[in-house]
Design a protein around this ligand. Structure first.
Ligand code: SAM
Length: 178
């Protein structure tokens, strides 16, 4: 896997050195079923697609950005645009797509308010297999709209975890091994 190339080309909303380290860790697990909440322009979806060639890749975003959206068309790649991850309709859609498959890697990077982020965790964590991984972005940062750190401080008491912050500008990644 050419991590350097994958990360540079994807133009995700990420500190490159953070996401490279996340990819190195995830590569030990070779996730084949991946669910992302908060796609923005699809940068991290592209990264998961190129790094792991998942059998099933599902992304959710409350709004489709008018331009520059990267959407990779493959069977079993599902871009759920204009869907609120906090709604049960969206949970049911994910359930329908997954069928009897479990998620190997869940990435939560949607609405960063405490309530919405906590609800994403509560609504989607049961889709993740035992031995799977949940990643949450911005867990080492706080402002009025970004409260994932509060949710993270609870979640990390429940499972083995890693925190990633590779540079001063990084807002931090949290990984829990569920
Ligand atoms: C920080 S961006 C995601 C960045 C992307 N994961 C990346 O690294 O390139 C957060 C995204 O979450 C989406 N979002 C916000 N609230 C949401 C919700 N309730 N349900 C689904 N997506 C949501 C926003 O539209 C935005 O595109």
């Amino acid at each position: 896997m050419d991590i350097e190339k994958i990360v540079t080309e994807a133009k995700a909303n990420q500190v490159n050195s953070d996401i490279k380290l996340v990819l190195k860790i995830l590569s030990f697990y070779s996730p084949k079923v991946i669910l992302e909440i908060g796609m923005d322009k699809g940068g991290t979806m592209k990264i998961w697609s190129q790094a792991f060639q998942p059998d099933i890749l599902i992304g959710i975003d409350i709004v489709k950005k008018p331009d520059e959206v990267i959407e990779i068309v493959r069977p079993n790649y599902h871009y759920l645009w204009d869907m609120n991850s906090n709604n049960l309709e969206t949970v049911n859609k994910v359930k329908e797509i997954l069928g009897d498959r479990k998620v190997d890697f869940l990435y939560i990077d949607g609405d960063h308010s405490r309530l919405a982020c906590e609800r994403d965790w509560l609504l989607y964590r049961d889709f993740v297999k035992v031995g799977g991984i949940v990643g949450i972005h911005d867990v080492l940062f706080h402002n009025r709209e970004t409260e994932a750190d509060i949710v993270w401080s609870n979640i990390k008491t429940l499972f083995p975890y890693s925190e990633i912050k590779t540079s001063h500008s990084s807002t931090g990644w949290g990984l829990v091994f569920v």
